[in-house]
Write a protein that binds this ligand. Structure first.
Ligand code: ADP
Ligand code: NA
Length: 333
């Protein structure tokens, strides 16, 4: 009964990395071009939850992420593109959801445990409440589909739990049951230095990831130095089962080339990494260089980026504000 509507977001912290591109933005573009109604946010309010952000750096990262969205093919004529802090409805709904979500639900969030580390007492209240704000980001648009990487699955499930409890407590069918869309070969791109950790823009090791701002030489060098084992590539995907580093490079190749991992191995099975890595580097440079060139061009006119974001925020608020008004009415405000 809910109109299909796609929402997703990325935090403006550091530079966008290959996992964000393959697991998220590339799929945002595909959904946009499939003709679905698409809303893509730069979640700057989430960006201050984990660490203090220098204001100038945060502003720069927000514009750079907007440039990345545009350079990757998001089109303001087809998608609503904006930053979260410019649409107050997100925080308004988050407060209501803070009162719907249970402490026990938030206690189970593995990302909080990862990000807070051993010293949870020192973590911000915002980091703890992050999934509740994320639920508000999604549900303030009544979004039905959320393309994300595998690491966000638990947060989208929490979003569904919050919607269900709100609907149940108030006796309404107001918020939809949102579906996470986690698809393709690159739903969890791993660190190039450690096959057990996901690639992340907040990893302290720059060598662990490929940034969309890296030049061709840097990309090639990071791939050449990626951790691998001494065996040649297997002929079939079963042979990747207990080889996380090899599997990761094959998955990256597949996602960049838009083929399946089996097709990658049909071509490269039996190859040594000494020949597969240069092939992967060439492919990565081929796909990423035009994006980084376009990002630099767009960053030359930040006023234009600000105009795109301001126009997007207005369109986003036009959807979110009536949903907040109705929520307040349901709650009794
Ligand atoms: P990061 O962990 O790099 O700071 P975010 O938390 O801002 O990234 O996530 C933005 C989007 O990118 C989310 O949809 C997330 O699931 C996706 N994503 C992040 N890292 C990866 C990865 N290594 N592989 C696939 N998708 C990822
Ligand atoms: Na669209």
């Amino acid at each position: 009964s809910f109109t299909p509507r796609v929402f997703s977001g990325i935090q403006p912290t550091n530079h966008l990395q290959l996992g964000n591109y393959l697991g998220a933005v590339k799929r945002f573009v595909a959904m946009q071009n499939d003709g679905m109604e698409t809303i893509y946010c730069i979640v700057d309010q989430h960006a201050i939850t984990a660490n203090f952000q220098n204001p100038a750096d945060l502003r720069h990262a927000t514009r750079e992420l907007a440039a990345a969205y545009l350079a990757c093919g998001l089109d303001p004529a087809k998608s609503i593109l904006f930053n979260q802090s410019q649409v107050p409805a997100h925080s308004q709904l988050a407060w209501v959801f803070n009162c719907v979500a249970r402490m026990g639900w938030l206690n189970r969030m593995t990302q909080f445990k990862d990000k807070a580390g051993k010293n949870a007492e020192k973590a911000s209240l915002g980091l703890y409440a992050y999934p509740s704000l994320m639920a508000a980001d999604i549900l303030v648009y009544h979004a039905t589909h959320v393309p994300v990487g595998d690491d966000q699955k638990q947060h989208v499930e929490l979003t569904r739990d919050i919607a269900a409890k709100f609907n149940h407590d108030y006796g309404v069918e107001f918020f939809p049951e949102t579906q996470p869309i986690i698809e393709g070969a690159a739903t969890r791109v791993m660190s190039l230095r450690d096959g057990t950790k996901k690639m992340s823009k907040s990893d302290p090791s720059d060598a662990s990831r490929i940034n969309l701002t890296d030049d061709a030489d840097t990309i090639a060098k990071k791939i050449r130095k990626a951790k691998t084992d001494p065996e040649p590539l297997p002929e079939t995907t079963e042979g990747l089962a207990d080889r996380p580093e090899a599997r990761n490079l094959v998955n990256i190749y597949a996602a960049l080339a838009e083929i399946t991992p089996a097709q990658v191995l049909a071509e490269h099975g039996g190859s040594q990494f000494g020949s597969f890595k240069p092939a992967l580097a060439d492919l990565a440079v081929d796909k990423l260089a035009p994006i980084s060139t376009e990002m630099s061009r767009l960053m030359g006119d930040t006023a234009e980026i600000d105009r795109v974001l301001a126009a997007g925020a207005e369109r986003a608020a036009a959807i979110a504000d009536p949903i907040i008004a109705k929520t307040y009415d349901i709650v009794g405000f």
